[in-house]
Design a protein around this ligand. Structure first.
Ligand SMILES: *Cc1c(COP(=O)(O)O)cnc(C)c1O
Length: 403
C-alpha cells in the first residue's frame, strides 16, 4: 500500500543505517570512495545510491542520495536529482538543449529564471524562447514549432499568483499537438509537493527551489528535480556531473531535515495565510485587491480546486495608494520582516516592483500587473493574532496616516 506524504517525508531515505542503526542519515563528507577492484564500485547496495554506487562526490553522495530518494517519494516520482541551487537545477535542464532549440515559457516566470533564459540562453547560446500566458490550449498548440523542445511552467506564479492548469497544458502539448517528445517542466516551488504533484498532472519534471519551503528555515540554498523517465534521468545526471552544480552534503542534510516537517509547517502557514487573506479581502478601505490561491475569489479558483490540495501561504495585495503607501506599510511592520525570498517559518513582506522584480522592464511589469503598490507576503508560522495585528497597524499608518 502506498504511504501518505508525512510518512514518506520522514522515512524514505532515512532508513536506519544497517551498520550503526543511526535513524538519521549521516553527513557523509568523503570526496572519493575505495573501490574493491578495478571497475567494482562501492555502495551499489545502498538504496540511496539508486544502484549507481559511489566513486567521487560530484557524481554521487550518500547524504544527497538520501534527500533525493525522499524527494522522489513525496513527488510521486521514480527519481530526484539535487543541485546547488534552484538556478543550478535550471542550468542543468538548459544544458540538455542545443542552439536553435525553442522553449515556450510562462510569461510571469520567476525573475531569475527569466534572466537566465533571456540573457544567457537566448543572448549567449541561441536558444529561442516564447514567453506567453498558458491558459489557452489552442494558443499553446499554435506556439509550438518543429524545433520546440520544452515547455516551462510555473504555478502559482510569482508575484501575481497566477495558476495554470498543468493537465490542460500537458494534454495540449502531448495529445492535441501530438508532441510527446516535448519536455514539460513545472516549477512547483510555491505550492510544494505537499499541495501539488506535477508528475501526476502530466508534467515530465517537477522543479523545486529547495531554498524556499522544503528547506523552510532561510538557511540553505538548494534545488531539486523530480521525474519518472529513465532516459531523462540519465541525461540530467550526465549534465549535473558535467556542469558540476552539486549541493554540499551538509546542505543535503539540512534539506532532508526540512522536508520532514514540510507538512506541519505548510498546514500552519496556510491557516495563517487564510486568516490574513480574509482580513485583506474584507478591508477595501485599506486594500484595493488581494490575490490568494486559497480564496474563492481567486481568478483561477476552479483550477486550484482541481490540482492543488490547498492555497499555500503566499499572498499578494495592492495597498491603497502608490509607492509611498507601499513603503510606509513595509517600514512600519514589526513582526513581518522586509526581505526577499519566501517559504520559511518567519513571515516576510516585500515590494516586487522595487525588489524581486526590479530587473523586469517597467513596460513588462505593467503588462504583468506588478504595480508599485503590489505587496507580496510570505506568511510564516508565528501566532496569527500577532501577524494580523502587525498588518492592521502598518496598513492603518500607511493608508490613514495612523488614525
Ligand atoms: C527562488 C526561486 C527559484 C530559484 O531558486 P534558487 O534556489 O534561488 O536558485 C526558482 N523558481 C522560483 C519560483 C523561486 O521562488
Amino acid at each position: 500500500m502506498s504511504q501518505h506524504f508525512a510518512t514518506k517525508a520522514i522515512h524514505v531515505g532515512s532508513e536506519p543505517d544497517p551498520v550503526t542503526g543511526a535513524v538519521v542519515a549521516p553527513i557523509s563528507l568523503a570526496t572519493t570512495y575505495a573501490q574493491a577492484s578495478l571497475g567494482n564500485m562501492a555502495g551499489v547496495e545502498d538504496p540511496n545510491s539508486m544502484g549507481k554506487g559511489y566513486e567521487y562526490q560530484r557524481t554521487g553522495n550518500p547524504t544527497r542520495g538520501a534527500f533525493e530518494r525522499a524527494m522522489a517519494a513525496v513527488e510521486n516520482g521514480k527519481y530526484a536529482i539535487a543541485f546547488s541551487s534552484g538556478l543550478g537545477a535550471t542550468t542543468s535542464i538548459m544544458m540538455t538543449l542545443s542552439s536553435g532549440d525553442h522553449v515556450i515559457c510562462i510569461d510571469d516566470v520567476y525573475g531569475g529564471t527569466q534572466r537566465m533564459f533571456r540573457r544567457v540562453m537566448e543572448g549567449q547560446f541561441g536558444v529561442k524562447f516564447t514567453f506567453m500566458d498558458l491558459s489557452d490550449a489552442d494558443a499553446i498548440v499554435a506556439a509550438i514549432r518543429p524545433e520546440t523542445k520544452m515547455v516551462w511552467m510555473e504555478s502559482p506564479t510569482n508575484p501575481t499568483l497566477k495558476v495554470s492548469d498543468v493537465r490542460m497544458v500537458s494534454d495540449a502539448v502531448k495529445k492535441q499537438a501530438n508532441r510527446p517528445d516535448i519536455t514539460i517542466v513545472m516549477d512547483n516551488t510555491f505550492a510544494t509537493c505537499y499541495l501539488q504533484n506535477p508528475l501526476d498532472l502530466g508534467a515530465d519534471i517537477a522543479f523545486h527551489s529547495v531554498t524556499k519551503y522544503i528547506g523552510g528555515h532561510s538557511d540553505v540554498v538548494m534545488g531539486v528535480l523530480c521525474l519518472n523517465d529513465d532516459q531523462l534521468w540519465d541525461k540530467l545526471k550526465f549534465q549535473q556531473n558535467s556542469a558540476g552544480a552539486v549541493p554540499a552534503p551538509f546542505d543535503c542534510y539540512m534539506a532532508l531535515r526540512g522536508l520532514k516537517t514540510l507538512h506541519v509547517r505548510m498546514e500552519a502557514a496556510m491557516a495563517n495565510a487564510t486568516a490574513i487573506a480574509n482580513f485583506l479581502e474584507s478591508s477595501p478601505e485599506l486594500v484595493e485587491k488581494t490575490f490568494y490561491p486559497g480564496s474563492a475569489s481567486h481568478p483561477n479558483a476552479a483550477i486550484v480546486k482541481k490540482q492543488m490540495r490547498g492555497g499555500g501561504a503566499m499572498i499578494t495585495f495592492f495597498v491603497r495608494g502608490g509607492i509611498k503607501e507601499a513603503g510606509d506599510f513595509l517600514r512600519n511592520l514589526k513582526v513581518f520582516t522586509l526581505a526577499e525570498s519566501l517559504g520559511a517559518v518567519e513571515s516576510l513582506a516585500e515590494c516586487p516592483a522595487v525588489m524581486t522584480h526590479a530587473s523586469v522592464p517597467a513596460e513588462e511589469r505593467r503588462e504583468l500587473g506588478i504595480s508599485d503598490n503590489l505587496i507580496r507576503l510570505s506568511v510564516g508560522i508565528e501566532h496569527i493574532d500577532d501577524l494580523l495585528a502587525d498588518i492592521k497597524q502598518a496598513l492603518n499608518i500607511a493608508v490613514k496616516g495612523g488614525q
